[in-house]
Design a protein around this ligand. Structure first.
Ligand code: NAI
Length: 252
């Protein structure tokens, strides 16, 4: 028996990276999964890799009508919604004096407004059925990171948003928590390596060397934490941010 038998999970930005690994973990543990991502065919391709009974939906999480339509499709095609992972993300790094208004708005729009719109659309189902699990992706960058004024503000905003969800939705059987990953080897961090002009392997090795557990993180590390926080064993945990970073926060 899987921990998520009979459950329906939505993972945003899950065509690749942390989102895909999380979708895979929920599927392995019995859930039917909806993968939401910008491009419908990439989302559908990723869903097909999970096997039968999962779906991929094209959705821009920063657009209200797109979010509402996607959540309604999940409910009509899979028969409900029990778990929401707000994972979709982008970076537009630059030092403050070079950061454009567009780069600020895009990052806020995907991370913060995206989590707000998705959660608002899902919570009406959660509240009615008196059951729901929400995990929002924050980051160690929430604590401040050179070149990421937009991203760190959004990721700390996610932590405040999560605490408030814990307070407002707790009485309705809904748990909301955040995960703040440290360095996770994905295309997002590979792009950072390219931006600073360091080969990917070298960049990962340098990061591992600075980390207390002497390795980088992998998408599966985050998927495991998300699965725990969405399990019924974790029903007394809400409004929290769990740092999954190999101890990076302790030494930064
Ligand atoms: P990634 O760049 O590999 O994947 C992000 C996915 O989000 C992509 O499939 C992309 O198409 C999708 N996406 C972007 N904008 C979207 C939108 N408006 N609507 C729907 N989907 C959209 O990123 P990765 O590394 O897997 O990160 C996942 C989450 O984890 C992000 O929220 C990121 O900020 C967070 N995170 C990642 C860390 C890392 O080291 N990789 C560290 C800390 C947090």
């Amino acid at each position: 028996m899987g921990r998520f038998d009979g459950r329906i999970a939505v993972v945003t930005g899950a065509a690749r990276g942390i989102g895909f690994a999380t979708a895979q973990r929920f599927a392995e543990e019995g859930a039917r999964v909806a993968i939401l991502d910008l491009d419908e065919s990439s989302a559908a391709e990723a869903a097909a890799k999970l096997g039968e009974g999962h779906i991929g939906i094209g959705c821009n999480v920063s657009d209200g009508p797109s979010v509402d339509a996607a959540v309604e499709r999940v409910v009509s095609e899979l028969g409900g919604i029990h778990i929401l992972i707000n994972n979709a993300g982008v970076t537009r790094d630059n030092l403050l004096f070079k950061m454009t208004e567009e780069d600020w708005d895009l990052v806020m729009g995907v991370h913060l407004k995206g989590a707000f719109l998705m959660t608002k659309a899902a919570q009406k189902h959660f509240v009615t059925q008196k059951y729901g699990k929400i995990v929002n992706l924050s980051s160690v960058s929430a604590l401040g990171n050179r070149g990421q004024a937009n991203y760190s503000a959004a990721k700390m905003g996610i932590q405040g948003f999560t605490r408030t969800l814990g307070i407002e939705l707790g009485p309705y059987g809904v748990n909301a928590n955040a995960i703040a990953p440290g360095f996770i080897a994905t295309e997002m961090t590979d792009a950072t390596a390219a931006r600073v002009g360091i080969p990917v392997d070298e960049f990962r090795a340098m990061t591992a060397e600075r980390n207390p557990v002497k390795r980088v993180g992998f998408p599966e590390d985050i998927a495991a934490a998300a699965a725990f926080l969405c399990s019924d064993e974790a029903s007394y945990i809400t409004g929290q941010t769990l740092y999954v970073d190999g101890g990076a926060k302790l030494v930064s």
